[in-house]
Design a protein around this ligand. Structure first.
Ligand code: ADE
Ligand code: ZN
Length: 345
């Protein structure tokens, strides 16, 4: 009989079950080794002299201290091949970790500001996604994020530039420095994006207050909230998220590394589940935060005493909260149920 108390068993369950990842920045998967390799081939001199030196700089005290290093790392990406290589490296991780479906963010403005063309970025990422489907059987969607520290005009310009690539991008998102850049700043951009038939998501309530989550829902009309952990500060908001069935893409390791919670034991993932919210587990920027999706599940399970039931719910939520069709969701959830049943024998 499967023993819930047994950490080794629950770890192997976490690793073996099918999962979807819904909150992953492709620029945040750039591991130091690959970062140096790409920098060398592009003849870019880095501030940090060695991989060790760079890793030592990954000591963050809030979101902004991370973003400063993250944007610096992304500067090594120049050619289509670079975007292909980081995406392919991430998809191989997905294969190892039983991620069967992934919805990937990319930040076009970070690259276009450096005179990299939209086609270089999207074609590199998309070719890897196509190969990932063919060679690894991983399904995927691409979500274009606007950088909220830049102007609404800049976001609108990127939205227009994206139109020739619309068949490759399912949704728009909103990321970067949250506090001081409320969702309402991008009201017109999201309205236009939705009129172009893009779906919409937004980071809200990571460091920002519950009001930002309300704005993401009511002003931007998003279908999912990225992070959203601060919703528990507002009872009415929780009720509304439950009523409207709006999923939260929670990123436990990210929240710990960026000091949203002082320690893992204080993370509110279990409370989110207990409140009836559709919470999911994701890795955000795994190269910077110390782990991919399984590590997020494993560390959360240990610190919060998550039960097998919780793990199952989180994995099921990951498919239900995705942009897959009803039939595709059912297909993956059947696979999940079969795996759980097998492990429970
Ligand atoms: N860009 C990459 N990771 C992010 C995060 N956790 N919050 C906001 N913007 C981001
Ligand atoms: Zn994020």
């Amino acid at each position: 009989m499967y023993n819930v108390e047994d950490n080794i068993e629950i770890e192997s369950l976490i690793k073996d079950i099918p999962k979807a990842e819904l909150h992953l920045h492709i620029e945040g998967t750039l591991e130091p080794e690959l970062l140096f390799k790409i920098a060398n081939r592009n003849k870019i001199k880095l501030k940090h002299n060695s991989i060790e030196d760079l890793k030592n700089a990954y000591d963050f005290h809030n979101l902004q201290s991370f973003l400063d290093i993250y944007y610096e790392g992304a500067d090594v990406l120049i050619h289509e091949e670079d975007f292909y290589d980081i995406t392919w490296a991430y998809l191989k991780k997905c294969k190892e970790e039983n991620v069967l479906h992934t919805e990937i963010f990319f930040d076009p403005q970070t690259h276009i500001e450096r005179n990299i063309s939209f086609s270089t970025i999207v074609n590199g990422i998309y070719q890897a996604l196509k190969d990932g489907k063919k060679q690894l059987n991983i399904s995927s969607y691409l979500i274009m994020c606007f950088l909220r520290h830049l102007s609404a005009e800049s976001a609108m310009d990127i939205l227009e530039q994206s139109l020739p690539f619309k068949d490759k991008i399912i949704a728009v998102g909103l990321d970067s420095s949250e506090v001081g850049n409320p969702p309402s700043k991008f009201k017109e951009v999201f309205k236009k994006a939705i009129s172009y038939d893009y779906l919409a998501v937004a980071h809200a309530g990571e460091e920002g207050p519950p009001e930002y989550i309300w704005e993401a829902l009511d002003v931007l009309k998003v279908l999912r909230i990225d992070h959203g952990i601060r919703c528990l500060e507002d009872k009415l908001l929780v009720q509304e998220l439950v009523k409207r069935q709006i999923p939260l893409t929670v990123c436990p390791l990210s929240n710990i590394k960026l000091k949203v919670f002082n320690e893992f034991k204080e993370h509110n993932l279990k409370q989110l589940l207990n409140a009836g919210l559709i919470a999911t587990v994701n890795s955000d920027d795994p190269a910077y935060f110390g782990g991919y999706i399984n590590e997020n599940f494993i560390q959360a399970q240990k610190a919060l005493n998550l039960t097998t039931e919780n793990i199952y719910t989180l994995a099921k939520n990951s498919f239900n909260a995705s942009f897959l069709s009803k039939e595709e969701k059912e297909f993956f959830i059947e696979k999940l149920k079969a795996k759980i049943a097998m492990k429970s024998l």
